[in-house]
Ligand binder design. Structure first.
Ligand SMILES: Nc1ncnc2c1ncn2[C@@H]1O[C@H](COP(=O)(O)OP(=O)(O)OP(=O)(O)O)[C@@H](O)[C@H]1O
Length: 547
């Protein structure tokens, strides 16, 4: 059963998911977090907590960078001109054509011109049988991930079958490099062409310099210049062509004239011939490896480990697993939406952490004291608990609710109509089935003594009787004295700092109305003014007995 998030609780949930997954810094952490929907049964939450604990134990043994450097394996697509498949019936034909990696023919067609006749080898029509080179290439081009996966699995589970695959890939590495070089043959030849021409030019310049004018004229006279130049070109080309021997190419692939140019046709023929002689052996070696690996499952493993980054982040955040209780209570909760927050401890309903058990609380206090932020914090902790996750507090005890109902005050809450809107939202929150946590920030500016207090007291009584927990921000305080199901807490200003800004203690005082602090405001105004205005403020301050 899923927990219902109403009103601004949904926004808090989104911001929460965002803030935590940012700590992990990996997209899959967000996916994982989103998959942990908030639950509304104690049994399910406890089961989820167990699962989360287990994953956190695994994650404790790796680092975020171990996990973030794992990359998915991607298969490139290519058409292999060197192979053919002879289909025995229409079904095979269509399936093989759909793979789109090689020529597919019917039985009566000629197949001699192909280096590989797949029908001699394949047991099914699949990529790993038809083009296993693509799978090996996907592994080779992401070999670091494969090594890391093998190491992670070895560390976490004491074994990994990937070590075997890694050593087979090591054996095939040289062959793989050579096959890749065939694709690069033209680029290699172009590079050689440039180096040949540069050396030929240097050699000719040297010859010119070492000959005297007489010798040169004599050679021209005897028709020996062309011969000399030709043999120099031949010498340089032969020297550089040796570099192609590594590819198995022994043919001449450059025209013997100046400037030296690649003989494109000779190069293509030579490459095709050598490639063909390699093709079958390389295909068979790749097929052996591809038969042992399922790339889709391997990618699932990559995803699984990348998702583990969420649990690593939770460890780094030093969150604590809450106990399941009757009320919501926490010690030193840290608001995830504020940088460097002052930790705050709080409770609503029966709990074992504080000697307070009221299920309805009115939160009062200084302007900008942190009342909205405290409602946010309560909401954050309760949502994380319902997700089965550790929460942002040193210790916590949480009640299981069916719904969290949060109304954050909007700017439009002031003025006419605001009272009606606020009343409607509160009544809507209280009504209906299920146990609810109700957080209301709307009454702060719109309630007035008298009628407001009577309405609130009645509504809170109904809510309490229904077993809901309510925290409501309001100015009103005194009017509720004597109602034992309501607690009134206050956030207070402690004084002014050296720049005459209010110093607020964000920790509410339980059971005490937040002292309004006009004397501090007056003092602040006095310090910031001059002349007659300052004197008037100073007079006001004396009335507060401060001077
Ligand atoms: N625990 C905390 N630690 C540090 N800063 C905080 C904390 N709680 C609130 N603040 C900061 O105090 C400022 C006011 O907070 P908030 O809006 O929650 O107060 P408020 O009492 O709801 O104000 P208002 O009088 O407008 O209703 C914000 O800038 C917030 O970041």
């Amino acid at each position: 059963m899923e927990l219902v998030l109403s009103g601004d609780a949904r926004t808090i949930y989104s911001r929460l998911v965002d803030a935590i997954s940012k700590k992990a810094g990996i997209a899959e952490a967000l996916e994982e977090l989103k998959s942990l929907k908030p639950l509304s049964s104690a049994e399910e939450i406890l089961r989820r907590q167990e699962e989360v604990r287990r994953k956190m134990e695994l994650a404790a043994r790796v680092s975020i960078s171990d996990l973030s450097s794992l990359e998915r394996f991607r298969i490139g697509r290519r058409f292999f001109e060197d192979r053919v498949f002879v289909a025995r019936d229409d079904g095979e034909y269509e399936k093989a054509v759909r793979l789109n990696v090689c020529e597919v023919v019917r039985e009566d067609e000629r197949v001699e011109r192909y280096a590989i006749n797949l029908s001699d080898f394949v047991s099914d029509i699949s990529l790993s049988e038809f083009a296993p080179e693509l799978i090996v290439e996907a592994l080779m081009s992401n070999i670091d991930t494969l090594k890391r996966l093998a190491r992670l699995e070895q560390e976490l589970h004491g074994k990994s079958e990937l070590s075997g695959i890694l050593s087979e890939l090591e054996d095939i590495r040289e062959a793989h490099k050579k096959v890749k070089m065939f694709d690069e043959a033209e680029r290699i030849a172009l590079d050689l062409q440039e180096r040949i021409n540069r050396e030929v030019e240097e050699r000719l310049a040297e010859i010119k310099l070492t000959l005297t004018a007489d010798e040169l004229l004599k050679m021209v006279g005897e028709g020996r210049v062309a011969g000399e130049i030709e043999s120099e070109i031949e010498r340089v080309i032969s020297k550089y062509e040796e570099e192609l021997h590594e590819l198995g190419i022994y043919d001449s692939v450059f025209h013997r004239s100046y400037p030296v140019r690649i003989d494109t046709e000779a190069l293509k023929n030579a490459v095709d011939r050598v490639r063909e002689s390699y093709a079958l052996d390389y295909y068979l070696r790749c097929r052996k490896i591809a038969g042992k690996i399922d790339l889709e499952r391997l990618n699932e493993r990559v995803e699984h480990y990348r998702r583990l980054s969420l649990y690593r982040a939770l460890i780094d955040l030093k969150f604590a697993f809450p106990e399941v209780g009757c009320g919501t209570a926490f010690i030193n909760g840290v608001n995830l939406f504020i940088s460097n927050p002052q930790p705050v401890s709080y409770c609503i309903g029966e709990n074992s952490l504080f000697p307070h058990s009221e299920g309805a609380v009115i939160l009062t206090g200084a302007n900008s004291g942190g009342k909205t932020s405290l409602l946010d914090l309560i909401c954050q902790i309760s949502i994380l608990f319902h997700m089965g996750l550790p929460v942002n507090a040193e210790r916590a005890e949480c009640a299981v609710y069916d719904e969290i109902f949060y109304f954050r005050r909007k700017r439009s809450s002031y003025g006419s109509g605001a009272f009606e809107r606020a009343l409607k939202s509160l009544v809507r929150a209280i009504s209906g089935n299920g146990r609810k946590l109700i957080l209301i920030d709307e009454f702060e500016a719109i309630t007035e003594p008298g009628a407001g207090a009577r309405i609130l007291a009645t509504l809170l009584e109904v809510a309490s009787r229904k077993g809901h927990h309510v925290v409501l921000v309001s100015h009103l305080g005194e009017e509720f004295a004597g109602l034992d199901f309501i607690r009134i807490d206050g956030i207070e200003a402690k004084g002014l700092d050296e720049n005459f800004n209010l110093i607020v203690d964000r920790q509410p005082v339980f059971g005490r109305i937040g002292r309004s602090t006009p004397e501090l405001i007056v003092e602040r105004l006095m310090e910031k003014s001059r002349g007659e205005v300052k004197e008037i403020f100073s007079k006001l301050l004396r009335r507060f007995g401060q001077e």
